[in-house]
Each structure stands twice: as structure tokens, then as C-alpha cells.
Unconditional design. Sequence first.
Length: 137
Amino acid sequence: MIVRTHSAGETRRLGVELAERLKPGGTALLFGDLGSGKTVLTQGIAEGLGLDAGWIQSPTFTLVHEHDRGPVRLVHVDLYRLQPEEVEGIGLEELLAGDGVKVVEWADRLPCPPPAMEVRLVVGRRTGERRIEVGAA
């Protein structure tokens, strides 16, 4: 599926729609450059899962945020600051195999990605439009 969004609100609404495909226990691997909308999409996924989207911030400095104060546990991972060889030693395999919905930003840094929904976000250089390609697990 390919979707084009023209605002953060539209990207977030797509995340709400994708949340239904992710539960229970699904994983979304997000690919895209800085500013492509990965965290905004994750906020929509959180909202679609019945969580407060305001809790979702880019966890760039902490790598993992677990949100379990709602009906569904959401594990939000951001690998921006790591290289693939650094990811191997932090134990993500267990976390990604665990309960809840998992969303991984900068998933290209996972050395052995699990079966998951793949979401690729690309921003148009002139228009700011986002082209979002969603592949089934």
C-alpha cells in the first residue's frame, strides 16, 4: 500500500489506521530520513492503540520507551544513534519477541530484523509531501 500525506496530522491519522493491523503483538519497522515523520506516525499508532499520543517522544537518548499505562503495551525503539554492530549487544531480540506492539525507528540498523510490517517514509524535496509505503509482515 502506498499513501501520500501532506501534513503531520495526515501522517498521524495513518498511524491510527495502522494500529489496527499491529495488534496484538505486532511489530512495525520504520525506515526514513530525519524529519520524515517516523515519530509522528508512532504517535498515531499509540493513539490507535488507546494510548495518550502525547507520551510518544523520540527516544533518541534512551533508545527504548515502554508505554504500558493503557489497554495495550507499546514498545517504542529509536536506533538513530547506534550502528548495526552496536545493536547486536543490547538485547533487543527479547524485547521485540515480547508482548505488546513494537515500533522501531531507524530499523535499517537492526542486524536481523524480525518479521514485521515495514513502513518506508520519504519526504518530497519540493512539496514536503510524504510518500509512505506500507508492506505487510
